[in-house]
Design a protein around this ligand. Structure first.
Ligand SMILES: NC(=O)C1=CN([C@@H]2O[C@H](COP(=O)(O)OP(=O)(O)OC[C@H]3O[C@@H](n4cnc5c(N)ncnc54)[C@H](OP(=O)(O)O)[C@@H]3O)[C@@H](O)[C@H]2O)C=CC1
Ligand SMILES: CC(C)=CCC[C@@H](C)[C@H]1CC[C@H]2C3=C(CC[C@]12C)[C@@]1(C)CCC(=O)C[C@@H]1CC3
Length: 345
């Protein structure tokens, strides 16, 4: 008679484990003695203790083998927020997440930890010390945000203590660190093209940027505290560096650290936002003739010109969370990790 292997609490799966956050999470899980099954649409590395399963998370049959003998699943896969492909976001973040939940239930998974985003409450206007009880954005700023909202709702609603399927959502904001394919590379590319000379607005707006290891720490605390009797079941948690910083000071520190000049000249927020909106509309109208992607999208301008920082008191109280790497140290480690992006002049 075939014996069914009991899932080990030290065996977990990371969906999206080839990505920026996913790989940092996998590395920390290995350090903590977990063995990890990675499921991703691409394989970007090899590591002892990791088994890779390549596939699309919308395909339940492809997903199931990655969840075999696993008790804990982290779901941190998403299309890039830089995309404006509505169908892709809906397919992966909404239908795909439904598939992940179904596959978890079929595979007898006990815990599902979702990487959501603090942006699920952001509508392009100031948020100061926002708590988790803020309502979801009624007018989400882009398809990424719209589908992250639906994704979070699905995962939190699926939490079922009676059936032994527990879920929690982590809402990070502005993740940065070594190997980030977005924030630093886009910033440097913009600077190299001579477009990083301007500060949008008066430059005093405060924002959370979160070092990737703090985000990983929040995920692991949530996973380990997720039990039927814990208050965290079915709830979202902000995870930040807990050090809101002026958006333009953060950008300047990274730029200067890499040898580029910081932005100096101020432009009115409403003007830049209006221009970004116009360019975005033009890019849609002209798409059949010529494809171009504006650097300053309405989303990026809103993120660069408004306050948006979040309280992580709930994570401190319920998860025992405190950041493990300060902003200063995080910036220093990030700058050091990009020798190839340094200014050569
Ligand atoms: N970066 C940030 O500042 C923030 C990120 N988040 C969230 O954190 C999570 C991780 O983000 P991050 O690490 O930055 O992103 P990455 O793009 O680096 O990682 C996501 C991974 O998921 C993969 N993936 C995409 N679609 C599928 C699919 N259909 N099936 C299987 N795998 C897929 C991606 O592959 P490929 O690269 O080929 O698409 C990639 O390897 C996301 O959920 C994001 O929404 C939340 C707040 C802030
Ligand atoms: C103005 C300009 C061109 C700045 C360059 C940096 C930007 C690319 C980043 C600044 C804030 C970042 C951010 C995200 C992506 C990269 C930035 C726009 C997210 C949209 C990533 C996904 C999320 O869930 C929220 C993030 C907010 C901050």
């Amino acid at each position: 008679m075939a014996t069914r292997v009991r899932p080990s609490s030290k065996r977990c799966a990371v969906i999206g484990g080839s990505g920026f956050l996913g790989r940092h999470l996998v590395e920390k899980l290995l350090d903590r003695g977990y063995s990890v099954s990675v499921f991703d649409i691409r394989q970007s590395y090899e590591l002892p203790g990791v088994t890779f399963h390549q596939g699309d998370l919308c395909d339940k049959q492809a997903l199931l083998p990655a969840l075999k003998d696993v008790s804990l699943v982290f779901h941190c896969a998403s299309p890039s927020p830089a995309s404006d492909d509505r169908d892709l976001f809906e397919r992966v973040n909404i239908q795909g997440t439904q598939t992940v939940i179904q596959a978890c239930k079929e595979a007898g998974i006990q815990k599902l930890v979702l990487t959501s985003s603090a942006s699920v409450v952001f509508e392009g206007t100031d948020i100061k010390n926002g708590r988790e009880d803020l309502p979801y954005a009624k007018k989400p700023i882009d398809y990424y945000t719209k589908t992250k909202i639906e994704q979070e709702k699905l995962v939190l609603k699926a939490c079922d203590k009676q059936k032994g399927f527990l879920t929690v959502a982590i809402r990070p904001h502005g993740i940065f660190g070594p190997r980030d394919p977005q924030l630093v590379p886009i910033l440097v590319d913009t600077a190299r093209r001579g477009k990083m000379k301007f500060i949008i607005g008066d430059g005093t707006n405060l924002v959370d940027f979160t070092f990737v290891e703090n985000v990983v720490h929040g995920h692991i605390l949530a996973a380990e505290r997720l039990r039927p009797d814990s208050p965290i079941c079915g709830k979202p948690y902000h995870i930040t560096n807990d050090e809101p910083v002026r958006f333009w000071d953060f950008m300047s520190q990274v730029l200067v650290g890499l040898g580029y000049a910081p932005p100096r000249y101020h432009l009115p927020y409403a003007l830049v936002y209006g221009l970004a909106l116009l360019l975005w509309l033009l890019s849609i109208i002209l798409r059949p003739l010529k494809s171009f992607k504006p650097t300053f999208t309405p989303m990026r301008v809103a993120l660069a010109g408004t306050h948006h920082y979040y309280s992580c008191e709930r994570a401190k109280e319920d998860l025992g969370y405190t950041p493990v790497v300060s902003l200063k140290e995080g910036i220093a480690r990030t700058v050091q990790s990009y020798p190839h992006l340094r200014c050569e002049a």
